[in-house]
Design a protein around this ligand. Structure first.
Ligand SMILES: *[C@@H]1O[C@H](CO)[C@@H](O)[C@H](O)[C@H]1NC(C)=O
Ligand SMILES: *[C@@H]1O[C@H](CO)[C@@H](O)[C@H](O)[C@H]1NC(C)=O
Ligand SMILES: *[C@@H]1O[C@H](CO)[C@@H](O)[C@H](O)[C@H]1NC(C)=O
Ligand SMILES: *[C@@H]1O[C@H](CO)[C@@H](O)[C@H](O)[C@H]1NC(C)=O
Ligand SMILES: *[C@@H]1O[C@H](CO)[C@@H](O)[C@H](O)[C@H]1NC(C)=O
Length: 350
């Protein structure tokens, strides 16, 4: 080593060393009561934005384990990692957590330590999509408002897992392995704030058991549902969107007045086995019936009111604006009196 090389190399080391010592010094000399130092404690794998001290970004870092979460954190981003387990230890100080995003990891149901979530008394959002869960995690904190469990392998819902979640507005279980037998009659009992329930892409052959009265959006696409019990929707006085596309519904499976739901605005029944257009209310705005086996349109039957004459002024005109009938066996033209009935129709796809 020439003198020049030595100086180049070791000057650099000396700077590194003194820098480290200097940093160390800073810590040593910092006031032990300096709250700002403790407040900005940040796991080395993660990013702590100085302007948003309640958030901790540990997403997309190849993490296999959850780092110790500082006490100040409300919003925790851990998505897109390789995490397999959720132990209680990293969360012991994190008593103020409101949101946890654990989407797209490798978490199994066995890997979740009992009560790890129910101990988070302020938790509002829990996202666990795209993991390897075979059960809904339980117990869950009573404070929860959103629970997203899509794209796991869930076939089991522990008894009363949802029953205390009085503030839960959104429950997403789509693309799992739910069977009719997964549910019991009280599975959804107590979910008094539930607005959106997504059970699309599962293996149901029946409608789920009694649903809470406040549900506005119910998604059941891509199951194998054959029938809907009469009066099923009678207590659901707020239902607005109902999606049952890609099921096995037949005319026999639909009792006469089953869709007489006065709040309903959007009804989707595409890709089923219907040969008749089911009865609808005058309030309905969107009706999807494409890709069934419907071969004719009888306007008298489908019009929710007696078909008004051409020049009759009608106060309570049916509100249907969008009607899809393509992929059936209907031959154009569309009967003229369909337009007399649905005067607000903006599009008919046939
Ligand atoms: C919790 O906080 C205590 C006191 O600040 C600290 O000693 C401990 O390491 C923390 N534990 C975790 C898992 O963050
Ligand atoms: C539910 O929400 C209300 C209103 O925000 C709140 O007062 C109540 O404490 C919440 N319930 C639970 C169990 O967190
Ligand atoms: C249902 O399945 C069809 C066909 O596989 C697919 O195109 C559609 O996106 C699925 N819909 C939902 C809501 O999963
Ligand atoms: C539809 O339900 C309403 C109550 O929401 C009721 O008044 C009406 O008679 C029902 N119509 C039919 C055809 O059953
Ligand atoms: C349409 O339905 C009504 C009432 O069910 C019936 O009287 C009428 O004959 C039907 N019209 C056609 C063209 O089949």
């Amino acid at each position: 080593m020439t003198a020049l090389q030595w100086r180049a190399c070791c000057w650099y080391f000396w700077v590194l060393l003194t820098n480290a010592a200097w940093t160390q010094n800073m810590y040593d000399e910092s006031d032990p009561y300096d709250w700002s130092f403790h407040t900005f404690e940040c796991p080395q794998e993660c990013f702590c934005p100085p302007s948003f001290p309640n958030a901790l970004y540990c997403d997309s870092k190849g993490l296999k384990e959850i780092p110790a979460i500082p006490a100040r954190i409300w919003y925790l981003y851990l998505q897109n990692n390789l995490i397999e387990t959720v132990p209680a230890k990293p969360f012991v100080n994190a008593t103020q957590l409101k949101w946890i995003n654990l989407n797209n990891n490798k978490i199994t149901s066995n890997g979740i330590e009992k009560a790890v979530f129910s101990n988070m008394k302020s938790l509002l959002y829990l996202f666990l999509e795209d993991n390897e869960l075979d059960e809904v995690p339980a117990p869950l904190p009573m404070s929860l408002e959103q629970l997203r469990l899509a794209r796991n392998k869930i076939g089991t819902i522990p008894a009363r897992a949802f029953n205390n979640l009085e503030n839960l507005t959104m429950l997403d279980l789509h693309q799992n392995k739910l069977l009719d037998s997964t549910f019991s009659s009280d599975t959804f009992q107590g979910l008094n704030s539930l607005v959106q329930l997504n059970i699309a892409r599962n293996s149901l052959t029946k409608m789920p058991p009694i649903l809470p009265a406040n549900v506005m959006q119910l998604f059941l696409d891509n199951n194998s549902i054959e029938a809907i019990p009469a009066n099923y929707f009678d207590a659901m006085l707020k239902l607005i969107f109902l999606r049952l596309n890609n099921n096995k519904l037949t005319d026999e499976g639909l009792p006469n007045k089953v869709f007489n739901i006065s709040s309903l605005l959007d009804l989707q029944l595409s890709y089923n086995e219907l040969t008749r257009i089911p009865a609808i209310t005058a309030h309905l705005e969107h009706l999807h019936l494409d890709n069934n086996r419907i071969n004719s349109v009888n306007s008298t039957q489908i019009c929710p009111i007696p078909i008004p004459g051409e020049h009759v002024y009608e106060r309570n005109l049916p509100r249907l604006r969008y009607l899809r009938l393509d992929g059936n066996e209907i031959k154009p033209p569309i009967p003229f009196d369909l337009m007399l009935c649905f005067r607000l129709l903006q599009a008919v796809v046939i």
